[in-house]
Design a protein around this ligand. Structure first.
Ligand SMILES: [Zn+2]
Ligand SMILES: [Zn+2]
Length: 369
């Protein structure tokens, strides 16, 4: 086939031929758009290219899976034949036939690394068949389970869900995904989501003024998907101490928040935090455009993405890290993430904000590379 403009720009991006930072930004943006509008033939071309070019394999497949969700469904059998099991999100929404092959390979595999990859692939398939199989393995663990770092049913967290004790799936994220951007990029944004609002309280450990990284107007139409009854919800934290351990707050739905009694002081905290600049006031606002939740599923491979968002899947920089609620011990649900890079190019790190809806407890988790 003739190589289309879309394929040209995508290949340019993966071959990393840039003339400078501006060109890199422009090519990344064009590649992102190209991925979102591929024909089936173009997807096939890229899959074959990925399978014959080791260097690009993971990145191209990750881009296809995340930027054009579902486009790999017709190619799952080919990917299996080529033993392409990485990155695991390429098996997002795999059908029952594909799932049954993956399950067979898990039980057959002699190699722990491959078995581990296959279990991650099954987590992304996530269908009823997977739930049943993970539940069976949980109830009567096969011999090979003892060789894994975590049991099979805990692989589900990588794909944003957990296996309940009755054997069914519960998502730990909201599918609706609302990106947060700098105010200049969204001049019409309203105040239903606010970021970086200084709080009245101070951190009991480092005495720094606390900050509400996120304030949600629960009465707004945009946030109806959260299904949270009330007026206002704040995610207040110490933006310094949160970098050293998960911080919890007790909240209500009226905009009140207080330091949670269950917070345990990390083994290390910096002696002096005076040279840490204050968290900026209102650095990010709602963009007004939704995106697919898969677009934040891979932190390291995707072109031109700002990861800050309300809803959607967390973009874990390190391993997945859904905290247990300190009150009911159940996994907390991901609500939002704020990526420092989105408001200050020279910075990195992401604050992940989670909630236990039943206990009204919020958590701040921080990761960086
Ligand atoms: Zn602190
Ligand atoms: Zn709870």
């Amino acid at each position: 086939m003739n190589v289309s403009n879309s394929l040209e720009v995508i290949q340019q991006f993966h071959r990393r031929k840039f003339t400078g930072p501006e060109n890199y930004a422009a090519v990344s943006k064009a590649a992102r758009q190209a991925y979102q509008t591929l024909s089936k033939d173009e997807v096939e071309f890229l899959v074959l290219m990925a399978l014959t070019d080791d260097k690009n394999l993971q990145n191209i497949l990750a881009c296809l899976a995340c930027l054009n969700p579902g486009c790999l469904k017709d190619f799952h059998q080919t990917l299996i034949e080529q033993e392409a099991f990485n990155p695991s999100e390429i098996y997002f929404e795999a059908n029952h036939d594909v799932t049954s092959i993956l399950i067979r390979l898990v039980t057959k595999s002699n190699e722990m690394m491959q078995r581990s990859c296959l279990l991650s692939c099954l987590a992304w398939a996530g269908n009823g068949y997977v739930q049943k199989q993970f539940s069976d393995w949980k109830q009567s663990p096969p011999e090979w389970v003892s060789m894994l770092y975590v049991p099979p049913h805990q692989y589900t967290y990588q794909a944003g869900w957990e296996l309940l004790s009755n054997g069914t799936r519960q998502d730990l994220f909201f599918e609706t995904t609302l990106p947060l951007v700098i105010p200049e990029e969204a001049p019409c944004s309203n105040d239903s989501v606010q970021t970086g609002i200084p709080a009245e309280q101070h951190c009991p450990w480092c005495e720094r003024q606390l900050v509400s990284l996120l304030e949600l107007d629960l009465t707004s139409d945009e946030l109806a998907f959260l299904n949270l009854v009330g007026k206002s919800l704040r995610f207040t934290t110490c933006d310094v101490c949160a970098c050293y351990g998960t911080l919890f707050s007790k909240v209500d739905r009226q905009g009140n928040s207080s330091w949670h009694a269950a917070n345990t002081r990390p083994g290390y905290l910096p002696d002096d935090t005076s040279d840490w600049g204050a968290f900026p006031i209102k650095p990010l606002v709602l963009s007004g455009q939704e995106r697919h939740f898969m677009e934040s599923a891979d932190w390291c491979s995707l072109p031109a993405i700002n990861f800050s968002q309300v809803g959607g899947l967390p973009s874990w920089i390190q391993d997945d890290s859904y905290p247990d609620c300190p009150e009911c011990s159940r996994k907390m649900k991901f609500v939002s993430q704020i990526s420092n890079e989105d408001y200050e190019k020279s910075m990195e790190g992401i604050y992940y904000l989670l909630l236990c809806c039943d206990c009204n407890v919020t958590a701040t988790v921080y990761q960086q590379s």
